[in-house]
Ligand binder design. Structure first.
Ligand code: SF4
Length: 506
């Protein structure tokens, strides 16, 4: 699920404007934060540019992954020569690793101009300006959020599909996770503000949204309404033009029956659930300080399958947590067999400094972790493939998307997501006028299943031109002025003051 994105988008022909590029590491929340950084920079007059040619290169970092710091300092070292050749160029480092390492970054890489944290994304343009005028590095890390990130201008990557933050931070204390230390306590956005943002996006052509939070099932804890997430899903059902609603990530501890009922009874909430398991062993879950147990996890899965028989369920699993025995590991395999995940993001446990698990006894030798990991991946693939084969012959609705199929050019296919979020590669007509555009929706029959995708090689049964496709086409033709591509952010009236999110469940 983790991604590294080099934003190499189209050069803007803004004569004389300084240019920027953003390199994003980590989760969907970082990807969304990078949309905000892009919006802030464009609002400040910068234009998007090719990677290292840019006048400003921003690293939006992740502290969750192993070796994240080595990778960052490697990247910074690589840019040093560029900076020596072009002293005018500026380098900024933000995100979770910046929040964690702070001044250490400019000590180890003194050619960095700006360091900012997870709580003060909005300060980036000012810090760049100040660094340029004062000719010295600016390190500014806030201890709590300055503005709810959704109030910042945003340059969204997709005109038909959008992330919407509902909460930031996390009140849990999973022992492998650095997120609460870096992102702070959960802070929920008011439902009215969330819905207003969605309505604004839909009016602009967005037809799919993904609600984002570290623990979406806890949504409402901050304003005293434990049923708030189910209500929010139902309210999304009333937004005309909003075709697909997804969310990530739920926590099994807080998953309640009203959310399952809302999923089942709200037609635009997609039959899909990504629910982190982490381990199938009760002893390991206890050591992870995750307060559900195997039985509860499987109960939720069973209830979801009862209510939404076609739901695709995916998960995150960590192998080799300190103290994990062979028996514990087998309990994880048992859950994988019973839950029948259509995909699982599997991770080898590694020490993350600053987390409680880092100093636990009984760290598992690397060779043991590797061997268990390979067994887990083999089982996950076997089940995912079997689950995907049940799709062959079915008629599914696909929403096409940019960048989903790497081989599309060679295979004469276009790719998109089914309602259950499965990736589908679809044979499309040669005639460009008969082809779908990203954002358009087609019905197809699945003809082939692989462990990680489906193919639909009998072509399109139906094709619906959508507002999202129109919005994509308008952007491609340059009919959307760069300034108009940047949303102004949402009003902050009534919004509590929380901080930007990050995924962190692995
Ligand atoms: S793993 Fe997820 S639920 Fe646990 S502390 Fe981290 S962000 Fe919160």
């Amino acid at each position: 699920m983790s991604s590294t994105t080099l934003d190499t988008a189209h050069e803007q022909s803004v004569a004389g404007a300084r240019t920027y590029a953003i390199r994003t590491h980590g989760c969907q929340m970082n990807v969304h934060d990078s949309e905000r950084l892009a919006g802030l920079l464009e609002q400040a007059g910068y234009a998007r540019a090719e990677g290292e040619d840019a006048d400003v290169v921003v690293f939006n970092t992740c502290a969750v992954r192993e070796n994240a710091d080595n990778k960052l300092y490697g990247n910074l070292g690589h840019l040093r020569q560029t900076k020596l050749a072009r002293p005018d160029m500026q380098i900024a480092v933000g995100g979770c690793l910046a929040q964690k390492d702070r001044g250490e970054i400019t000590r180890r890489a003194p050619w960095v101009d700006v360091v900012f944290g997870t709580h003060n994304l909005g300060a980036l343009p000012t810090l760049l300006e100040r660094a340029r005028i004062q000719q010295e590095a600016q390190v500014e890390i806030a201890e709590s959020l300055e503005r709810f990130p959704s109030t910042l201008p945003t340059r969204r990557d997709s005109p038909y599909s959008a992330w919407v933050s509902i909460s930031v931070g996390c009140n849990n204390t999973c022992t492998f996770c650095i997120v609460p230390a870096l992102r702070g306590k959960e802070n929920d956005r008011r439902p009215g503000d969330v819905l207003a943002e969605i309505e604004m996006l839909v009016a602009e052509g967005v037809q799919e949204i993904t609600l984002l939070g570290q623990n979406v099932n806890a949504y409402g804890v901050d304003f005293g309404d434990r049923g708030a997430f189910a209500k929010l899903l139902r309210a999304c059902g009333g937004i005309e033009g909003l075709e697909r609603v997804r969310f990530t990530s739920p926590h099994p501890k807080d998953f309640t029956a009203d959310v399952i009922a809302a999923m089942a009874e709200t037609p635009n909430v997609m039959p899909q659930l990504h629910m982190p398991l982490q381990s199938g062993s009760d002893a390991v879950l206890r050591a992870m300080r995750r307060s559900y147990r195997q039985e509860r996890y499987l109960r939720i899965i069973a209830d979801v399958r009862d209510a939404l028989p076609d739901a695709a369920i995916t998960t995150d699993i960590i192998v080799g947590f300190p103290g994990e025995t062979e028996e514990d590991f087998r309990a994880t395999l048992d859950v994988v067999r019973e839950a029948r995940f259509s995909a699982a993001f599997t991770f080898q446990y590694s020490i993350r400094p600053g987390t409680p698990a880092a100093t636990m006894p009984d760290q598992i030798p690397k060779a043991v972790v590797q061997e268990r990991y390979e067994r887990l991946v083999a089982l996950v693939e076997e089940i995912a493939w079997a689950e995907n084969r049940t799709q062959v012959g079915r008629r599914v609705e696909v929403m096409f998307a940019d960048g989903e199929g790497r081989k599309d050019g060679a295979t004469r296919r276009m790719s998109g997501r089914a309602r259950d979020n499965r990736l589908v590669h679809v044979r499309v007509p040669d005639d460009p006028t008969a082809r779908p555009r990203p954002g358009d929706v087609a019905e197809v029959v699945v003809t082939h299943a692989a462990p990680h995708h489906l193919n639909a090689d009998d072509g399109l049964l139906t094709l619906r031109r959508t507002r999202g496709g129109d919005a994509w086409e308008a952007r491609e033709r340059g009919e959307v002025a760069p300034s108009a591509a940047v949303g102004l952010g949402m009003p902050s009236v009534g919004v509590p003051a929380p901080l930007p999110p990050a995924r962190g469940c692995v």
